[in-house]
Design a protein around this ligand. Sequence first.
Ligand SMILES: [Zn+2]
Length: 310
Amino acid sequence: MRDLGNALQLARETGVALGHFNVSDLVLLKAVFSSAQDLKVPVLVGASEGEREFMGVRQIAALVRSLREEFDFPVFLNADHTHSLEKALEAAKAGFDSVVFDASALPFEQNIRETKGAVEALKSINPSILVEGEIGNIGTGSEIHELATDLSKYLTTPSEAKQFVELTRVDVLAPAVGNMHGMSQEMVEGEKKKRLDIERIAQIRTAARVPLTLHGGSGTDDGDLVQAIAAGISIIHINTELRVAWRRGLEAGLAAEPNQVVPYKILPVAVESVKQVTLSRLRLFNQIAKPAIGKKDMAASTAREQQAVP
Ligand SMILES: [Zn+2]
């Protein structure tokens, strides 16, 4: 699997989706990479403008590149929600595999103009970089919100999607299909799930004719996610669920040994906590059953996992 475009095409052909997980430190990156390695599936690491600011644009690019090279593993890096051309170019120059150019807060015509310009500029730096554009409103902030916003009235229409892709020439489209960034407290407790408009996803996929990304996937109904993949979603973003697991794991690690000051003795608890989420999501997106304890089942699962990596 040479590049992200290749991985996306293969995902589409085999009816699975790439998991996209945001990272802002080494705990999250270790959890994401080790889950993908365990399951032998390609994975997309995401870093938003804020996350890049914290880690360093070239530094996160170097980390992900080192994993890809040392383990000869399909791990890719995406510059998530990039609002300015300057930041998009900075990521492309650092070697990111894709950029989400997000001008969705602007009026539609202006979003088209700016995204089209970004596609041209980014491809001139790296012709094989993938550029994703975004239309519609799916809220901002992958965090816990007081109230869940009702975004069902802002769904992307198939004709908007078609026009946007044709005029901007983006490689990937992020529509609003019932998804939203962040989670409500009820979602964190598992009492409520986001629901997706599956029919709308299928209509948009047919009209746009490019792979689709589902943003704000945290707290979404599992059945809806599976149906969304079948309807045309090829990348699913999970961030808030990871952040919740990161905090809980960190707190548990600190509480377990109140006098411990050695980071690498505390942080593995946080890695393990995040890994529970990334493993569960990657299994769902790649149709990998959770292995049963029996020896026979383990062997069958290993065989399937080996098949999953070309
Ligand atoms: Zn997003």
